[in-house]
Ligand binder design. Structure first.
Ligand code: FAD
Ligand code: NAD
Ligand code: ISD
Length: 441
């Protein structure tokens, strides 16, 4: 780069976009002070890229859109429509916005080494916002990730490929490997694109990091009604490839699932590699304090890559791979960095997770730990709009809560109940009151 900046953000995803907006709000013109380096680019423009590398590189955008609106068969949003920070109903930060505010975007550029002591990248303060990468099947001993009709979904290039592959097999069969966020959201998108879906995963039920068995039962029943086939407690051992395409997926128990395409969502790992051995790590990420500052005082980490103390959980260090966390930790880091008076305290974050599946929509606040107390109708009749959820009670207090189909007001009440750690003197009474425990508190 050969230039010196006061602040460098390494990574150009969700957290970078929200950090940039916070810099401008607090600092005004950031001319020659702030630089963002990102390696992300769109795949479908590959040929164009060869002519002009920068033209297919992308400024920070709302990654959640990739598994939702972006995959719709009609009216799918395309950039620049979903650049940050529209996901939080805030300004749309296009390349022109960065340029107008004097922020230097170094796009289509992968950083391959960083020496935080000698500062091989020139900065006063470095914000690490490198996010996470999708785990590959090869890491489970299965080859075939680079085959034409095998899709992952982490970035815009992956999403472009997924759209192309879906378009090449209308009415065909997809095997979705993994029953987590990517598996569930992509299965819904595939069905919407009229592709027949079989989901394969090792757990007893889908979303096993979050859902209780009862909650999972509702979603699995709903998906089954849409034609999705679940193959649970199963693992993929190999893929049959013919003429450069996967034609079948083989399972550990000998079953063979024919496939026109495969979508893989088997988890993510934080991109910490550049800093291993240089910064203290915890929970698979860069350990930071409540100001998002790493073990080297000139380095901050935000978003998926940051492991930070969650006050609400008694200071327990967590790494949360979710968009709200990326937005808030990014803003908090910038506030702390620019704080001249020492008035910015430690982050006080209420963990928040959500997903949208078909016409369903769920939210989870806090921690899904402790005794689960369900409420509402988990088996609504055909045509009924579902509304149900669960509280998690730990040491006599609400530690977390889940709600499907909540109104804005109900979601806010649930969030407030978790935020305050409402006391639960009597679990049967909580069960009897259900949603009203939060909404009529
Ligand atoms: P990212 O947004 O991943 O950005 C990291 C950036 O760093 C990328 O641009 C990457 O290319 C770049 N980078 C990494 N290493 C280097 C390097 N060495 N050199 C240069 N650049 C580098 N969360 C929710 O809460 N709700 C959702 O509905 C939801 N949907 C999602 C859908 C999909 C398809 C995916 C993949 C994730 C979804 N998430 C969702 C999770 C959410 O998007 C992430 O938590 C969030 O993007 C994290 O922001 P980040 O800035 O930390 O990382
Ligand atoms: P995940 O951890 O949510 O789910 C991984 C799934 O893969 C689990 O069902 C697990 O049992 C399964 N699995 C693990 N090993 C397997 C194997 N060998 N074969 C088959 N299945 C296997 O991860 P993901 O769904 O890949 O999501 C990746 C990242 O994207 C995460 O950071 C996630 O938070 C993020 N994301 C979030 C959202 C959201 O918040 N709505 C949406 C999409 C993606
Ligand atoms: O946060 C999000 C989210 O879940 C999306 O789908 O941002 C996007 C859109 O709201 C912005 O296009």
């Amino acid at each position: 780069m050969g230039r010196a900046f006061v602040y460098v953000i390494l990574g150009g995803g969700v957290a970078a976009g929200y950090a940039a907006l916070e810099f401008v709000r607090r600092n005004g013109d950031s001319r020659d002070k702030l630089c963002i380096i990102s390696d992300e680019q769109a795949r479908s423009l590959l040929l164009l890229c060869l002519l002009s590398f920068n033209s297919c590189s992308v400024a920070p955008y709302e990654r959640p859109a990739l598994s939702k609106g972006f995959l719709l068969p009609q009216g799918a949003p395309r950039l620049p429509e979903f650049h940050t920070c529209v996901g939080a109903n805030d300004e749309l930060l296009t390349k022109e916005w960065y340029s107008k505010h004097g922020i230097v975007l170094v796009l289509g550029t992968r950083v391959t080494s960083a020496d935080v002591r000698r500062k091989t990248i020139s900065y006063k303060t470095l914000i690490v916002a490198t996010g996470a990468r999708a785990l590959k099947l090869e890491e489970f001993g299965v080859s075939g990730s680079d085959v034409r009709n095998v899709c992952y979904l982490r970035n815009l290039g992956d999403a472009d490929k997924l759209v192309d592959v879906m378009g090449s097999c209308p009415g065909g069969k997809a095997v979705v490997v993994g029953g987590g966020y990517i598996g569930m959201e992509c299965a819904a998108a595939l069905v919407t694109n009229k592709i027949n879906v079989t989901m394969v995963f090792p757990g007893k039920h889908c979303m096993n990091r979050i859902f209780t068995p009862k909650i999972a039962e509702f979603y699995e029943r709903y998906y089954t009604s849409k034609g999705v086939i679940f193959v649970k407690e199963a693992s993929v051992t190999s893929m049959e490839v013919s003429a450069g395409k996967v034609t079948a997926v083989m399972l550990g128990d000998g079953r063979r699932l024919t496939a026109d395409m495969v979508v893989v969502g088997v988890g993510a790992r934080a991109n910490t590699g550049l800093f291993e051995g240089q910064l203290v790590m915890e929970k698979g990420g860069i350990k930071v304090n409540g100001q998002m500052q790493a073990s080297d005082a000139s380095v901050y980490a935000v978003g998926d890559v940051a492991a930070f103390p969650v006050k609400l959980f008694g200071g327990d260090v967590r790494r949360l791979e979710h968009v709200d966390c990326a937005r808030r930790t990014a803003r908090h880091a910038v506030a702390a960095i620019l704080d001249a008076t020492g008035s910015v305290g430690d982050i006080d974050y209420l963990p928040f997770f959500y997903s949208r599946l078909f016409s369903l929509s769920w939210q989870l606040y806090g921690d899904n730990a402790g005794e689960a107390v369900h409420f509402g109708d988990l088996a609504p009749g055909d045509g009924a709009t579902p509304k149900f959820g669960a509280y998690w009670v730990r040491e006599g207090r609400i530690a977390g809560a889940f709600i499907e189909g909540g109104s804005r007001q109900e979601n806010e009440s649930i969030a407030a109940t978790v935020r305050h750690g409402a006391a639960v003197p009597d679990v049967p009474e909580l069960r009897r009151r259900g949603l009203a425990f939060a909404t009529q508190a």
